[in-house]
Design a protein around this ligand. Structure first.
Ligand code: BGC
Length: 333
């Protein structure tokens, strides 16, 4: 459909879209299971994983024409709650936050979009199209910060980190944790192909069995699938004082029964923490931009396995077996 030129009220920075990444949340929105259109409007423009080129920086952004930028997804609630008031909109307490392309504000899936200068993150220009990975990387930067902050409750010297799931989030988690020098293990059901190769290229270890069978107890687990069985096995496997950070959102599925009292007993006796983590604030976007800037470009480029034209967006939403990250490309970098 034709979308009108973005209005000045959407932000003083005018951006030409380069690419928009597609993720499970977009599929859920299209299926009508999640997402909210802006009040009084019949539709929501999708797209929360953005990358664009500044066409008009406006009067006060500090940006220049041609800069590559990515738009922050979440906006603070208008009340605001204490967390939104201090810029921690990722921890919004009252649920009245909005999210571009997800909740009540249009996303970035249009040829031109506008953004408020304080929500535009300038990326290293040498990243080019790889900058579209910044949004998923920001979600991981927050998850890792959660692990670090919770770890500080006691003396904690984590060495072994397990990442469950080798999709884009899992692989970006492995990259980020590896950059901090940890012994990284990634577990996914895929046995061959790009995913194991990408994990090994990072210097991390790839596993395709079950979490329960792993021959070690991880100090931290970053769960990136939302699959019930993996979560329940992770609770049984995490080492003493270990932390499991859940980033995936799943839908039940067949799980061998673990009673809540057993989960509690295991967590109590070994001081374990299970923490959920969603979204990211500006600090996490900044850290994620550093992680991408420091990453090997050839490795990152293998994460983008398919580029579709905007007119083929329905095909971009379909999951194909070899897909890691699919992007819709609006213009050349
Ligand atoms: C996005 C987050 C968002 C979450 C919930 C995820 O796909 O990456 O930014 O907060 O969905 O709406």
């Amino acid at each position: 459909m034709d979308i009108p030129e973005p209005g000045a009220h959407e932000g003083s920075v005018l951006v030409e879209a380069i690419a928009v990444g597609v993720c499970g949340t977009d599929v859920e929105i299209v299926e009508g299971k999640y997402g909210w259109a802006p009040h009084g409007q019949p539709h929501l423009v999708l797209g929360h994983e953005s990358l664009g080129r500044v066409i008009d920086p406006g009067p006060s952004s500090g940006l220049k024409k041609g800069d590559l930028v990515v738009g922050i997804v979440r906006r603070p609630d208008p009340v605001p709650c204490p967390n939104c008031a201090v810029g921690e909109w990722d921890m919004c307490r009252n649920g009245l936050y909005t999210e571009r392309g997800i909740k009540e504000i249009h996303g970035f899936m249009s040829e031109r979009w506008r953004i408020e200068p304080e929500y535009a993150i300038k990326i290293d220009p040498t990243l080019g199209i790889l900058g579209v990975l910044l949004e998923p990387a920001s979600v991981i930067a927050k998850a890792i910060e959660q692990l670090e902050m919770i770890g500080r409750r006691s003396f904690w010297e984590p060495r072994t980190v397990l990442v469950t799931g080798a999709g884009p989030i899992g692989l970006l988690a492995a990259l980020s944790v590896k950059q901090s020098g940890f012994d990284v293990h990634v577990l996914d059901k895929t046995e061959t192909g790009a995913k194991p190769d990408l994990v090994r290229a990072l210097g991390a270890t790839y596993h395709s069995g079950s979490v329960a069978e792993l021959p070690f107890e991880p100090d931290a687990i970053i769960e990136c699938t939302g699959v019930g069985q993996l979560i329940s096995d992770s609770i049984g496997k995490i080492g003493a004082n270990g932390i499991i950070c859940l980033t995936g959102i799943g839908h039940g599925g067949a799980v061998r029964k673990t009673s809540t009292a057993d989960v509690a007993a295991a967590s109590v006796l070994r001081n374990n923490v299970i923490v959920g983590s969603v979204n990211a604030n500006k600090r996490h976007w900044y850290k994620a931009a550093q992680i991408l800037a420091n990453a090997d470009r050839a490795w990152l480029s293998k994460l983008i396995t398919r580029r579709e034209k905007p007119e083929n967006f329905m095909s971009a939403l379909e999951r194909k077996p070899d897909d890691i990250k699919v992007v819709i490309q609006f213009s050349a970098v």
